[in-house]
Ligand binder design. Structure first.
Ligand SMILES: *Cc1c(COP(=O)(O)O)cnc(C)c1O
Length: 455
């Protein structure tokens, strides 16, 4: 048989022309978003003041399996897609494992992560609706960067509310966003009513994601021609990210390769939901079987220690309620370095699939993650984002199990991004000052006790 190359590329003509909506193949659909006051399912009209029209339609569509990727978005995708699917020959050699390891690398664009796949779609629909601009929040900075790139491409204004502590700690991220023309405001700010209120009550606060969301939503709903956009968790974001899985599957199919297991890190669930989408589709339709593993930080274990319940998506309690695996919306994860995985909840689509037994989840402590990151960087060359290194950790662990049993399993994992902006974390790891924070049962009980009563 032909030797499989290090990198399997698709031609431009083989790139997906439609996103795949896994909800269409789910017998039990993810629970709808509900109104925080009435607890009734959110309608398109309820969502219209906050989100873009076409994105609302995608959010609520549980039945259409394929949704065409507009030509303009496909043109943009061509600047950095198809992304490489790499056979990790060097890692396999280093581990001396009979397992065959593949990874789909989404870090080969300036934003450094998969988030550009959705930001370009969201900016496109905002532009098509004739909007002036969008507002959003960013914690670690990857989403803000991806959105600012997409907005500059379509000539949209982009207002990013960045948690003040990150704004101060990550000045380089901020400058990338400003290079693409976004305005970046440390949150809480004096620009919004809610920001001024928070600052009056807590002078000197360094902010939180929940508070930034409240500010960004206020600005979107009080300024004509603006809407709020989000980089993960929502159904629409998973839909856009299906491009990852569709490309990966097309590349593997070229060589007749079928993965035994598919592994991805899970923050809000968008990269994992996207990577597994077409494989999960086959699984749901009974055409094939795959082991699917979500990897989360031990410091923020939504799947493995959370509850499947309706909860607020934000600390500010202004957004709709979503049914998801959650640690409670005022759970504040310890300051671990995988900023993109520090979300209290999880995509409702993945939550339903996990609850239905279609996928597994594991949690891993931070220092073990960085050990894997370093091991990977030294043999495969790429400096991984700490988020991505969660998937690497479990891929390595599974490959080492194969070494013990002699099984030649095929592993596919998602390498979501690069870690150039995370060198303070790498520094702590190298200096031996990195700690593994793991919440106690008491900590979790306290935040879970505050779940809203919904029946
Ligand atoms: C945001 C981010 C993640 C986590 O987000 P998901 O929505 O769970 O995919 C993972 N990796 C990187 C590099 C990120 O920027």
């Amino acid at each position: 048989m032909e030797k499989i190359p290090y990198k399997i590329y698709l031609n431009e003509t083989e790139m997906p022309k439609a996103w795949y909506n896994v909800r269409a193949d789910m017998k039990k659909k993810p629970a709808p978003l509900i109104h925080p006051g009435t607890h009734q399912p959110m309608t398109a009209a309820d969502l219209a003041p906050v989100f873009c029209e076409e994105l609302i339609a995608q959010e609520l569509d549980n039945t259409t399996p394929y949704i065409e990727i507009p030509e303009e978005i496909r043109e943009f995708y061509k600047m950095y897609r198809p992304s490489p699917l790499v056979r990790a020959y060097c890692l396999e050699e280093k581990l001396q494992t009979p397992a065959k390891i593949y990874y789909k690398f989404e870090g080969n664009n300036t934003s450094g992560s998969h988030k550009l796949n959705s930001s370009i779609a969201q900016a496109y629909y905002a532009k098509k609706q004739g909007l002036k601009g969008v507002t959003t929040v960013t914690g670690a900075g990857q989403w803000g960067t991806a959105l600012s790139m997409a907005c500059s491409y379509f000539g949209l204004d982009c207002k990013v509310y960045m948690v003040k502590v990150s704004y101060e700690q990550k000045p380089f991220r901020r400058e990338v966003m400003r290079t693409y023309g976004a305005s970046v405001t440390p949150s809480p700010s004096m620009e919004t009513e809610i920001g001024r209120k928070i600052l009056a009550a807590h002078p000197g606060t360094t902010g939180s994601l929940g508070c930034a969301i409240s500010e960004a939503v206020e600005v979107a709903t009080t300024n004509e021609g603006y809407r709020y956009v989000l980089g993960s968790v929502l159904n629409q974001v998973l839909l856009h990210q299906s491009v990852i899985g569709l490309e990966a599957k097309a590349a593997l199919d070229k060589y007749g390769v079928k993965p035994d297991m598919i592994i991805g890190c899970a923050g809000g669930g968008s990269n994992l939901g996207g990577l597994i989408a077409p494989f999960m589709g086959e699984k749901l339709r009974g055409e094939a079987d795959y082991r699917i593993i979500a990897v989360e930080p031990a410091s923020c274990p939504s799947f493995t220690r959370g509850k499947y319940a309706y909860d607020f998506c934000d600390t500010g309690m202004v957004c709709p309620l979503a049914k998801m695996y959650t640690l409670g919306c005022d759970f504040i994860p310890a300051p671990n370095h995988a900023g993109g995985l520090r979300y209290h909840g999880m995509s409702p689509v993945l939550s339903e699939l996990y609850d239905g037994g279609f996928m597994e989840a594991v949690s891993v402590p931070q220092t073990k993650v960085f050990e894997a990151a370093e091991q990977f960087a030294r043999v495969e060359g790429i400096l991984p984002a700490p988020e991505s290194a969660h998937a690497i950790r479990v891929a390595i662990d599974e490959a080492l199990k194969c070494k013990e049993t002699g099984e030649e399993k095929t592993i596919l994992f998602g390498l979501t991004g690069t870690g150039y902006f995370d060198l303070v974390a790498y520094e702590q790891f190298h200096n031996g000052t990195m700690e593994d924070y793991i919440p106690t049962d008491e900590d979790l009980k306290a935040s879970l006790a505050k779940l809203p009563p919904v029946d």
